[in-house]
Design a protein around this ligand. Structure first.
Ligand code: B16
Ligand code: MG
Length: 219
């Protein structure tokens, strides 16, 4: 029996990947190189310092640890300029009706995000009250595909992983959910997320019953 749903934030509830991209690209440009939106795909679900390491590798740049921290701080302040202007109309299509349906059915809701900005984002878009548990990048010490972020969430909701569905847009996030013994629904393209129990392009027109039926068929 599914009793709870745990949502990743970036790429599932809102599309903050575009703001991460703008801020990381500005950092790369200031260091004298560039990267594409396709490259940016690899940063989804990866922690801030993990993302910086990858980007520096792409640019062939070596920095000291204090320099890395200073650049990561700069990127975060540019990123926060975008997110602090976000509005509820940036919630992805189909998400609000789906969350309302869960609420109506007394299915618990949690958030499991690698982002240290997660609380500010959900407050900004008006969804803070819906989530009974919020585990963000400030609380999780291990990066996805480690399941820690979702295990902490399930424990906080008082549920076993087998009673929860995790919704994720990143391949590493789906892997984290499976590693923790959760049902995993991938949001995006099957070529990236084929290991999930179910892959959907988005929440448009989907009911909770549709999801339950599909994951139980696959499980
Ligand atoms: P921050 P998610 C992740 O969020 C993003 O997908 C990833 O691109 C980002 O680097 C990471 O959060 C850390 O974000 O710099 O705000 O702490 O998809 O796990 O909700
Ligand atoms: Mg994500």
């Amino acid at each position: 029996m599914i009793k709870a749903c745990i949502f990743d934030l970036d790429g599932v509830i809102v599309d903050t990947a575009k703001y991460h991209f703008l801020a990381w690209r500005r950092l790369a440009n200031e260091l004298g190189f560039d990267f594409s939106e396709e490259d940016n795909e690899q940063l989804k679900g990866v922690s801030r310092m993990g993302s910086l390491e990858l980007i520096l590798q792409w640019g062939g740049i070596r920095l000291s640890e204090p320099e890395k921290l200073a650049w990561a701080d700069k990127k975060n302040s540019w990123y926060r300029e975008y997110i602090l202007k976000m509005q509820p109309d940036e919630i992805l299509d189909g998400v609000l009706p789906f969350l309302a349906e869960l609420k109506g059915k007394d299915i618990q809701m949690g958030l499991g995000s690698a982002s240290k900005n997660a609380l500010d984002i959900i407050t900004q878009i008006g969804l803070r009250e819906l989530f009974e548990s919020v585990v963000d990048g400030a609380r999780a010490t291990k990066s996805k595909p480690d399941p820690q972020v979702f295990l902490l969430g399930a424990a906080e909701l008082g549920r076993q992983p087998s009673e929860c569905i995790v919704f994720e847009d990143a391949a590493k996030g789906v892997e984290a959910a499976l590693n923790g013994g959760f049902y995993a629904v991938g949001i995006g393209r099957a070529e990236h997320l084929g290991h999930a129990h179910l892959v959907i392009p988005d929440f448009k027109g989907l009911s909770f019953e549709d999801i339950l039926e599909a994951i139980h068929q696959k499980a």
